[in-house]
Design a protein around this ligand. Structure first.
Ligand code: ADP
Ligand code: MG
Length: 943
């Protein structure tokens, strides 16, 4: 082996020089540190550096005159080995350290790349080779306790390793061994000797299981370990009686590093974050025994056999490196324990740096050359780096177990929850079922109740239907009864109708009576008018010479016409009466006839009555007109009498032209009705008829008073009636009766009786004026008031009764009746006033009794006289005009007339009155009165 090494060194002195120079990185012996992760990182040549030790004290003296045996060209990483003074050989290395090179730079260039590679998961080896005393231990094992700059590779490597590992996850174990004469000793436990080497048959990994493994917790503990190891090495060598330079020291550092998941990868290159990865790498720092041959020393006293044994490991290493350098198919790794320990470092999977140490002394030129050649051969050794990475299945398993446990726990909880939920659901289902069953039960009972209820309702319905049938029957029977009742009611109705009919008959009778009376009146009037006409004719013939303008012929014509009309009237009345009788006869036989026919007949009758009433009114109006025309003739005569200053009683007597009856009317004009009453009168007797006036039966009283009124219209009867107490009875009726008809008819009868002068005194004597005044104040019916006013007006025409009449309220009663405003009533009032004024005037002019002013003025009649002097109704106007003229006849009244506004009315009459005679009378009167003249003068009215 020695010769092989030498020959090898000589054979290739510069072989690697050129190849090494092409490397890009000069600062490091290693290839780029961070190679890609993978099982094999490819080839990595063993890096070799040379370090020259400075001359020591001995050499400085002994070799003072000699230059160093080597010449370094560090910048070229070359070393020149002097052969002699003129010749040298140049060798290229990965690095060349001069004697001035610092420990730090040597570490960084030689060892640091390997340390970093180990920390990345590769095995690594840093080994020092060289002659004893050249500085191997200095370079590797210097502790630097005195000067930190002296710290060797071991200390610095551990510093870096400890700095780069995490004490919580990663582990760093150290063994420190010594190999001497093929025996491994544990430097940390010196008693352990001859420790065997173990090899993994599968992987071929070499281990020393018997060696002490100390886990490093911190850097300081490592220093202690090195110190212990160094001390033990010295002690062991002393014990063996050898120098430490004869043994190999091997520091084994085991690193287990956990790689972060994201940095790991599986074989397929895909990420596997679930499997943790650990890297188990190993760093060997080997301080080899001196490379000089043992036998060379010769002073140690060892046998040749011993010497062979001491050199065995180093010789075997040389052989292996040679084999590797020459790519020999056989590398005798197993020849020594050292080569077995370094099996992975040379030709294996580790990154390996070799530092060769040489001394400067030219005296050791042979040893230096041998070291250089060893280095040169080592540079040819190619290693195949392999990442020492594995999945942490145990950890993964633990984690998975933990996960599994967690899942089991969760699963158990879930199962429990599911079971609970199922039980709850089951309970709820049971509850729901029971509720459904309950509800079904309720439903069934409700249905039962409903069916019961329905049958009850059906029963009720049947009952109601039966009752309804009963009701229908009842209704039918009621209807029957109703029909029967209706039949009864019809007869009742008929009775009512009969009563009604009787009533109608009575009314008709009344109406007929009225007509009869009116006809009678008309006849009487006609008689009166005839008489008047005759009288007028007489007077006219007497006055003909002086009165040129009296329309005698005109009056005569009118009277003729009037007579004709009256005849016509009478004819009509007779027809009516005939019709009435026919109707009465019809009604007598119509009890069986229908209600409709009765009604129709009644309606027809009413219609006819209405027509008759209209006709009657029309006739009355005509008669009124004729009366006024007659009155005018009468007045003409009167005016003439006044003008003549005549004092004699006129042929007209006290009666006004408006008297209803004339006492001298004879019964030759009495119609059939009157004849009937006369017959009644004869047969029944006046006394009997008058007694009926006091009958309890109101109807009887009504009929009786009507009969009496009719009788009273006859002058012949008037005296008889009064003598028989009829006047008294009539006055009682007038005063006591509530019945308006009775009062009206009674008043009419009294008025008739009042036409008779003798009767007038009797009426007054029996308090008639008081009763008439009372009726005048109380009655509202205009016809009643007309009768009352007519009666009083008749009484007013009696000169002898004037004072009494006035004292008993006759004038005031007369004036009170103007409240009705009915023209018929007003006309009677005006007639009464005119009568009264005329009588006053006559009394004064005849006897000169009365000297005081008019009783009319005394009783306040003047304002009404003045107000109505120009009344639009001609009958009223004429009466008032005449009354004013009569009043104005006496000077005693003049003052009142002048102040009361009557003067102006007289002036108006004297100017405007359509009747010339009245106009002249008024004129005369005004001229005769000095009072009037003075007043007119005072007011500058020219007259
Ligand atoms: P070896 O282990 O190779 O037998 P050592 O490391 O024991 O050699 O060194 C021998 C002596 O040389 C020691 O006293 C050491 O201090 C010294 N020495 C070695 N190398 C150097 C250096 N580079 N600088 C200074 N002194 C050194
Ligand atoms: Mg040493």
């Amino acid at each position: 082996m020695k010769s092989g090494a030498q020959s090898a060194a000589a054979a290739a002195p510069t072989t690697s020089a050129t190849s090494m120079s092409s490397r890009p990185r000069s600062a490091s012996l290693s290839a780029p540190r961070r190679s890609s992760a993978g099982k094999n990182d490819g080839g990595a040549r063993v890096r070799v550096a040379v370090r020259l030790r400075p001359r020591n004290a001995e050499e400085l003296v002994a070799d003072a005159d000699f230059p160093d045996g080597v010449e370094l060209q560090p910048e070229l990483k070359r070393l020149k080995l002097r052969k002699n003074n003129w010749d040298s050989e140049t060798y290229q290395f990965d690095e060349v350290f001069p004697d001035t090179a610092s420990q730090k730079r040597v570490y960084e260039v030689v060892a640091k790349p390997v340390v970093e590679s180990v920390l990345d998961g590769y095995n690594g080896t840093v080994m020092a080779y060289g002659q004893t005393g050249t500085g191997k231990t200095y370079t590797l094992g210097k502790l630097g306790e005195e000067d930190c700059a002296d710290r060797g590779i071991m200390v610095r490597a551990l510093e870096d390793i400890m700095a780069d590992t995490n004490p919580e996850n990663d582990t760093v174990y150290v063994s420190y061994l010594q190999l001497y004469m093929e025996s491994i000793q544990d430097l940390l436990a010196p008693e352990r000797d001859n420790i065997p080497i173990a090899e993994d048959p599968k992987t071929g990994d070499v281990s020393v299981p018997g060696a002490t493994l100390i886990q490093l917790k911190d850097y300081k503990s490592f220093i202690g370990l090195l110190q212990t190891g160094e001390a033990n090495r010295v002690a062991a060598n002393t014990k063996l009686n050898t120098e430490s330079s004869r043994s190999h020291a091997v520091l084994l550092v085991y690193i287990k590093k956990h790689v972060k998941a994201k940095e790991s990868s599986n074989e397929n290159g895909s990420r596997n974050s679930r499997a943790p990865v650990i890297r188990r790498s190993k760093l060997l720092i080997v301080d080899l025994a001196g490379s000089e041959r043992v036998d060379k020393s010769g002073s140690e006293g060892i046998t040749l056999e011993e010497a062979k044994f001491i050199n065995l490991s180093l010789t075997a290493l040389g052989k292996c490196i040679n084999a590797l350098a020459e790519n020999s198919p056989h590398v005798p790794t197993r020849d020594s324990k050292l080569t077995r320990l370094l099996r992975d470092s040379f030709g294996g999977s580790a990154r390996t740096s070799l530092i060769t140490t040489i001394g400067p002394s030219p005296r050791h030129r042979g040893e230096t050359a041998s070291t250089i050649l060893f280095g040169q051969r080592a540079m040819k050794v190619e290693n195949m780096l392999k990442l020492k990475e594995e999945f942490d299945y145990k950890s993964l398993c633990r984690r998975l177990e933990a996960d599994l446990d967690k899942l089991i726990v969760e699963n158990e909880r879930h199962v429990k929850a599911v079971v609970d939920a199922e039980e709850e659901l089951h309970d709820k289902l049971n509850q729901a079922r029971s509720r459904v069953a309950e509800a079904e039960g309720k439903l069934a009972s409700a249905l039962g109740e409903m069916s019961l209820e329905r049958s009850r309702y059906q029963k009720d319905t049947e009952e109601l239907r039966r009752q309804a049938l009963h009701h229908v029957n009842d209704i039918k029977s009621l209807e029957k009864k109703l029909e029967e009742n209706a039949a009864g009611l019809n007869s009742q109705k008929e009775r009512e109708i009969h009563a009604e009919r009787i009533k109608h008959e009575e009314e008709i009778t009344n109406l007929a009576d009225n007509y009869k009376r009116q006809n009678l009146n008309l006849s009487e009037q006609l008689q009166i008018e005839r008489t008047l006409r005759l009288q007028l004719e007489e007077e006219l013939s007497a006055l003909r010479s002086s009165s040129k303008q009296v329309p005698e012929q005109c009056v005569a014509d009118q009277l003729t016409e009037l007579k004709e009309r009256l005849d016509k009237e009478r004819l009509t009345r007779e027809n009516l009466e005939l019709e009435l009788r026919m109707l009465q006869n019809k009604e007598n036989y119509s009890t069986g006839s229908t209600e409709a026919i009765k009604n129709e007949e009644i309606l027809n009758l009413k219609k006819k009555l209405d027509e008759e009433s209209k006709q009657r009114k029309k006739r009355e109006e005509e008669i009124r007109n004729l009366r006024y025309q007659l009155a005018q003739s009468n007045e003409d005569a009167e005016i003439k009498r006044i003008e003549k200053g005549g004092s004699g009683r006129s042929s007209f007597g006290s009666d006004s032209p408006l008297n209803l009856h004339r006492p001298n009317i004879l019964r030759d004009t009495i119609n059939g009705q009157r004849a009937t009453i006369a017959k009644l009168f004869e047969q029944v007797g006046l006394q009997k008829i008058l007694s009926l006036l006091e009958s309890e039966d109101a109807d009887v009283r009504v009929h009786a008073v009507k009969v009496v009124a009719n009788l009273a219209a006859e002058e012949a009867n008037q005296e008889k009636i009064v003598e028989a107490g009829g006047l008294k009875s009539l006055l009682v009726l007038l005063g006591n009766s509530e019945d308006e008809t009775i009062r009206r008819v009674a008043a009419g009868a009294i008025a008739n009786l009042a036409m008779n002068e003798k009767n007038q005194e009797l009426i007054m004597g029996q308090g008639g004026i008081t009763l008439l005044a009372t009726t005048a104040n109380e009655a509202e019916d205009p016809q009643t008031l007309r009768m009352v006013a007519g009666a009083i007006a008749n009484l007013c025409g009696n000169e002898t009764l004037q004072v009494k009449l006035r004292d008993e309220g006759g004038i005031k009663a007369l004036l009170g009746m103007v409240r009705t405003r009915h023209p018929d009533v007003l006309a009677q009032v005006a007639r009464g006033i005119a009568n009264f004024a005329k009588c006053e005037s006559r009394a004064v002019s005849q006897s000169g009794h009365r000297v005081g002013r008019s009783l009319l003025i005394e009783d306040g009649a003047l304002p009404w006289i003045v107000a109505n002097a120009n009344n639009e109704s001609s009958p009223i106007r004429r009466h008032i005009e005449l009354a004013l003229c009569h009043l104005a006849q006496h000077e005693v009244n003049a003052r009142d007339l002048a102040t009361g506004g009557a003067l102006w009315e007289l002036v108006r009459i004297s100017r405007e009155c359509s009747r010339e005679d009245i106009r002249n009378l008024a004129q005369k009167t005004l001229n005769a009165s000095s009072v009037f003249q003075a007043e007119l003068r005072r007011l500058h009215v020219s007259y």
